[in-house]
Design a protein around this ligand. Structure first.
Ligand SMILES: CC(C)(COP(=O)(O)OP(=O)(O)OC[C@H]1O[C@@H](n2cnc3c(N)ncnc32)[C@H](O)[C@@H]1OP(=O)(O)O)[C@@H](O)C(=O)NCCC(=O)NCCS
Length: 175
């Protein structure tokens, strides 16, 4: 058990990029994360990290201009991705705090929905999202590609459920 009261949720900066690689485990996402940070600096994404005393222990990225907007009548829809908490720090509410923080930031920006794509095999994460008020909106083949830190093109194929939560009702603005 760790002292989760000492864990702080904040937005990421350039100096967090190394920590997001989790000592090499996620080095293959280096370019993806750098691109995400550049977009965060242009207000197109948000990146939240959970920080314990001496390390980053969790993260949640938000696309502010996702393709999902068109699925919801043009209502502003944030897309959550790259959500993870280090194993030793799981089951202590840190993931929930990341979700709440990201949802609150979307509400502040008058977003109507939060969407997350979760692998069909990831039952635990699906259960967590249900507890947070998300429900399955559709299925997705989960096909995407990225260039890794060595310049190799990698393909991901992970059938997923797209889950959505309505953040507010009524006069949500449309872009
Ligand atoms: C999904 C993930 C980010 C959740 O993070 P987390 O910090 O474990 O999340 P929480 O602690 O808020 O909630 C997880 C569970 O702990 C419970 N919990 C919440 N606060 C708790 C506390 N203080 N003490 C004990 N349990 C707690 C929650 O009710 C939830 O219960 P569940 O097992 O019934 O779902 C984490 O498990 C993870 O990194 N998984 C691997 C990557 C992944 O699957 N990411 C999602 C991709 S879509």
């Amino acid at each position: 058990m760790v002292d989760t009261l000492g864990v702080r949720i904040r937005t990421a900066t350039e100096s967090d990029l190394d920590a997001l690689e989790w000592d090499g485990k996620y080095a293959h996402f280096r370019r993806v994360y750098r691109q995400a940070l550049r977009e965060a600096q242009r207000d197109r994404r948000m990146i939240f990290v959970a920080e314990a005393t001496d390390q980053v222990v969790g993260q949640l990225f938000v696309h502010l201009h996702s393709i999902w907007k068109s699925s919801f009548g043009g209502a502003r829809t944030g897309y959550f991705h790259s959500f993870r908490v280090k194993p030793h720090f799981r089951n202590q509410g840190i993931g929930s705090r990341l979700l709440w923080t990201a949802e609150a930031a979307l509400v502040d920006r008058n977003y109507a929905n939060a969407v997350i794509s979760v692998a069909k095999a990831n039952l635990r994460a699906q259960q967590l999202y249900r507890q947070h008020g998300y429900s399955v909106y559709s299925e997705d083949p989960g096909e995407w590609s990225y260039v890794d830190h060595r310049g190799r093109l990698r393909h991901i194929s992970e059938p997923a459920y797209v889950m959505v939560k309505a953040l507010r009702y009524g006069n949500a603005p449309r872009d």
